[in-house]
Ligand binder design. Structure first.
Ligand SMILES: [Zn+2]
Length: 239
């Protein structure tokens, strides 16, 4: 990068583009060879097992950006509250748009813009439960609408296989980061995998998404285990 490029102004006050319009029209920022502005919008995927604080980090990120005057939307799917909000184990909550099969994330942003509401970024919680189309829409928002997308979710399901949306995020994201809050297996090793527990036993077959919690009392619950104990199905002395 040349000194000139490094010193190029970052355009924060973007005009609101309509469908098919150049999203950067009127901005004095540097432009790529295809004429689009060289901007900093990015698709980032933050992943980790259950209980590692993903939703807490999502809301913290929303707070940090909002405090700097940026405007964003928060989306979720199958939050533990089963309502249109992001809730966290440590008691934080924030209203959120529930992502349905039919929801187009680009329409969500365009509709907000049409109402005069600026959208600089999307926070997509529980992103591993979204459809593949939603992930493509996230990439589109970054590349063609200059909107940052920060996705948070599990990487793998109870069988230790990647969720399709998580796999697509690994493939497409500009940046992928494992959330660094460690969740420990009962043995003290780092927890990595989400075991589904039914009737006190680890199950390895069934629907990919079944609502449960990590509370010990639930009929279907999930327990984060190290790889060794996930593979052996050993839930430990309290399992
Ligand atoms: Zn273990």
């Amino acid at each position: 990068m040349t000194d000139d490029a490094a010193a190029a102004p970052i355009c924060l006050a973007r005009p609101l583009p309509g469908p098919g319009e150049d999203p950067g029209g009127g901005c004095a920022a540097a432009r790529a060879v295809d004429g689009r502005p060289l901007h900093a919008a990015a698709l980032k995927f933050f992943w980790g097992p259950m209980d590692c604080g993903k939703s807490t980090m999502a809301l913290q990120m929303n707070y940090n950006h909002a405090r700097q005057g940026r405007r964003g939307l928060v989306t979720t799917r199958i939050d533990r509250s089963l309502g249109p909000q992001v809730t966290t184990r440590i008691g934080l909550a924030h209203a959120a748009v529930e992502v349905t099969d039919d929801l187009d994330l680009r329409d969500l942003v365009r509709d907000a813009w049409a109402e005069g509401v600026r959208v600089d970024y999307l926070i997509c919680d529980e992103a591993s439960f979204y459809n593949l189309e939603h992930v493509e829409q996230m990439a589109d928002l970054v590349d063609n609408y200059d909107v940052d997308v920060y996705a948070f979710g599990l990487a793998t399901d109870f069988r230790s296989c990647l969720f399709p949306a998580a796999q697509r995020l690994f493939e497409l994201a500009d940046e992928v980061a494992r959330i660094q809050v460690e969740v420990l297996c009962w043995c003290g090793r780092e927890g990595l995998l989400n075991a589904r527990v039914v009737g006190g036993r680890v199950v390895r077959e069934g629907a990919q998404v079944v609502i449960g919690d990590t509370a010990d009392t639930a009929d279907v619950r999930y327990q984060v285990l190290c790889r060794r104990h996930y593979r052996s199905g050993d839930l430990g002395p309290r399992g």
